[in-house]
Design a protein around this ligand. Structure first.
Ligand code: GCU
Length: 718
């Protein structure tokens, strides 16, 4: 072959789109790759052209997305028209913006401001699909719902779908600092390039907004809960405004974290006492200033009197006093305060598990109605497994917001494959028994405490500057699943995993089935190799990378893993029953009865609530010591199984993403083994028991594991 021709062919091959093309993961679940030939032909017939009626920016981006998505899936440009005069139209509009939609008299009354309806209709004698909503943002959600169906290869005929979100505020919390460091971030730097803002709006911000809108996220807190007052300075408000402008068409509001001591730090005041009228006036002026620049600013998220952050307690005021000061200033603008309940104090010798409840429960009914108290899913801190937080159900007069952590601070950072959907489903489906059986956490979140009261959920983002956004291909699934649970807290983890897998990796069941099965077992594997049987917080100091169950020398008692496992020569576990800290007493009586009984407590929570002798019989008939070892091994074996399943997908998935996952799984396997070996070596030094038959001794002695140092692991110094 002549060299020029060969070069040309090579170039053409490089340009041709194919499944084998190197994908980076940048496109997330919005890849819009051409469907298989037959389905593509059907789709061309079902969706031949778009008629979008209206002129708003939201309608415009909804139409753009529909054209982009359908064109990609059909492998041909979707036409745009102004009237319905041939079959296969997609009609987009609200009754106000579109005469066509108005003429259909659709049942939109129950869909609220964000819901949508998709229906197959006949219009002007032609077969058409209408996407309708009361407001434009619903149209955007409707477009993404239709595109999802198309991506999944499903028919767009005979549709009659309506949907609306069950929670009002569905926000991401970015723990991003102004220097672009992301606290507990494993996906590169912050995506907010503050230095180039407001002049340069990275197109990535638009893709971020598209991805979030596709899963219904409607708010984003741009800055870290460990807040910096500088973001409230005028020059930063201009930068925030630029981001708000990018996000607005996508239905996403911006929020900021408010540093409680800002009046001192940037206001030149002597105090930040919330009951001091001058302090309240300073905040009011600051809030007015923000709204003058960003009229739809969402409000503030506040971490106060927690882990060294300033707060109202510094002035002997309550959390309600602090929150209400902000609420009063925000109310005229329609803003809210999300006030975190994540508090525990070094000076307080009581069980850390109890402290948030002790402090917040008495404040029920004392917050203004535009305050939401934001509560982590469990009482300790985003561990691989925790029982639900006892505050859920215990503050019936206060809007409570769920806080999940999407970034996997305690579940293996970016490299471990751990699908969090199963964990979130477990928490959301947990029955609080408050006021009665059936009051699940999901139901409590969904039901406004009063007519018109606000509801919400927050997720600590796992998004950064990495090309794949989340640090790993599979961590994208957690961002996706978070949005789906925020939209519907009663959703199920398995179908969400399946949707994600199909949109992210392709519709071939030979690919999807193994991926979904890996995902569905993955979180339990992490629990097994890190913290089985209800153990918790055994991670190494500071960065939380790797095991540190022996750590006992940190200043605050509750920073030491030994505080949580309480292993000694006789047994292991934290007694939270009435004979111990009685943290259990913060739950409803039926749970106190069940969880307080060693025989009835679910084994996954055994050592969370009980200190049991090493020879305590578990359900398997094994002693708790033997069962621990069995579970550590089970976790490592599960990772091996995931590796084998992934290996079998070689060639069925584009090479770059496949190799990345393969390498990450190898890291996960090594680290699971490290966790297993180090934990067994340590607990055996305490229990002085032999390993059960068939379970190998750790290859090194305990000193070896204790000597491992990883001072530059992400999270050091946080
Ligand atoms: C964890 C995490 C911190 C974070 C804190 C919080 O403790 O390690 O980095 O600031 O949670 O949620 O406020």
């Amino acid at each position: 072959m002549r060299p020029i021709l060969a070069l040309l062919l090579l170039l053409l091959a490089a340009m041709a789109p194919s499944a084998a093309q190197a994908e980076t993961g940048y496109d997330l679940w919005l890849r819009y790759q051409p469907l298989p030939e037959q389905r593509r032909a059907e789709l061309r017939d079902e969706a031949r052209y778009l008629v979008a009626q209206g002129s708003s920016d939201r309608l415009k981006v909804a139409a753009q997305e529909l054209v982009r998505g359908m064109s990609g899936l059909q492998s041909g440009q979707l036409a745009v028209a102004t009237s319905v005069d041939a079959p296969g139209a997609i009609v987009l509009g609200t009754p106000e913006s579109s005469a066509l939609v108005a003429s259909l008299n659709l049942p939109l009354a129950t869909l609220g401001t964000e819901g949508f309806l998709i229906r197959s209709v006949t219009m002007n004698g032609q077969r058409a699909t209408v996407i309708a909503a009361n407001r434009d943002v619903g149209l955007l959600y409707g477009v993404f719902a239709l595109l999802k169906r198309a991506q999944l290869g499903e028919s767009l005929r005979n549709l009659d779908i309506s949907d609306r979100p069950k929670l009002q505020l569905r926000v991401l919390n970015h723990w991003d600092n102004l220097d672009r460091h992301v606290e507990r971030g494993y996906a590169g730097q912050s995506i907010w390039d503050w230095q180039k803002l407001p002049g340069y709006k990275d197109p990535r911000y638009t893709d971020y907004a598209r991805a979030n809108a596709s899963i219904g996220i409607n708010g984003t807190v741009l800055t870290n809960v460990n807040a910096n007052a500088d973001v409230l300075r005028p020059e930063y408000i201009q930068k925030v405004k630029a981001l708000a402008e990018v996000f607005r068409p996508y239905g996403i509001k911006v929020y900021l974290t408010a540093r409680f001591s800002a009046p001192i730090e940037i206001g030149g005041m002597k105090t930040a006492d919330p009951l001091d009228p001058a302090v309240a006036a300073w905040w009011k002026a600051k809030i007015d200033e923000i709204y003058a620049v960003i009229p739809d600013f969402g409000g503030f998220l506040v971490k106060a009197n927690s882990e060294g952050q300033p707060g109202p307690n510094d002035y002997k005021r309550s959390h309600a006093d602090g929150a209400n000061m902000f609420a009063d200033a925000l109310r005229p603008h329609g803003g809210v305060v999300m006030w975190r309940a994540f508090v525990y104090a070094a000076e307080n010798p009581d069980d850390r598990h109890k402290q948030a409840y002790t402090e917040f429960e008495p404040l029920d009914g004392k917050f203004r109605d535009n305050v939401l108290v934001q509560v982590k899913n469990g009482a300790i801190d985003f561990q691989p497994r925790e029982p639900f937080h006892p505050l859920f159900g215990a503050m019936p007069k206060t809007p409570l917001m769920m806080e999940f952590q999407i970034t996997k601070e305690y579940l293996g950072f970016a490299t471990h494959l751990a699908y969090l959907g199963t964990m979130w489903e477990e928490v959301l489906q947990a029955d609080t028994f408050r006021p009665r059986k059936g009051a699940t956490v999901a139901k409590i979140l969904e039901k406004p405490v009063d007519k018109g009261a606000v509801t919400g959920i927050a997720g600590v983002a796992n998004i950064g500057s990495d090309v794949n956004w989340s640090g790993s291909q599979f961590d994208q699934a957690n961002w996706y699943a978070y949005g789906r649970f925020a939209w519907d807290p009663e959703a199920k983890a398995e179908p969400i995993a399946r949707d994600w897998a199909r949109m992210t990796w392709g519709n071939d069941p030979a690919v999807v089935d193994p991926i979904v099965s890996m995902m569905m077992r993955s979180r339990e594997a992490v629990v097994d190799y890190m913290t089985p049987l209800g153990l918790t917080h055994l991670m190494a100091t500071g960065h939380h990378y790797g095991p540190g169950p022996w750590v006992a020398d940190l200043a605050r008692p509750e920073w030491n893993p030994v505080y949580y496992h309480k292993a000694d020569a006789n047994g292991i576990g934290f007694d939270r029953t009435a004979s111990g800290s009685n943290g259990l007493g913060q739950y409803a009586p039926p749970l106190v009865r069940q969880w307080g009984d060693r025989k009835k407590v679910p084994e996954e929570l055994l050592l969370w609530f009980h200190h049991v002798p090493w020879e305590h019989r578990t359900k398997s008939g094994r002693s708790v010591w033997d069962e621990l070892v069995v579970r550590y091994d089970r976790g490592v074996d599960e990772v091996k199984r995931m590796q084998a399943q992934w290996d079998a997908l070689r060639g069925k998935i584009d090479a770059r993403r496949w190799e990345e996952v393969r390498d990450y799984l190898a890291i996960q396997h090594d680290e699971a083994k490290w966790w297993r070996d180090a934990s067994i070596a340590y607990f055996q030094s305490v229990s002085k028991r032999p390993l059960p038959v068939g379970h190998a001794a750790p290859p090194h002695d305990l000193e070896h594991y204790k000597a491992i140092r990883t001072p530059y692991a992400p999270g050091s110094g946080e």
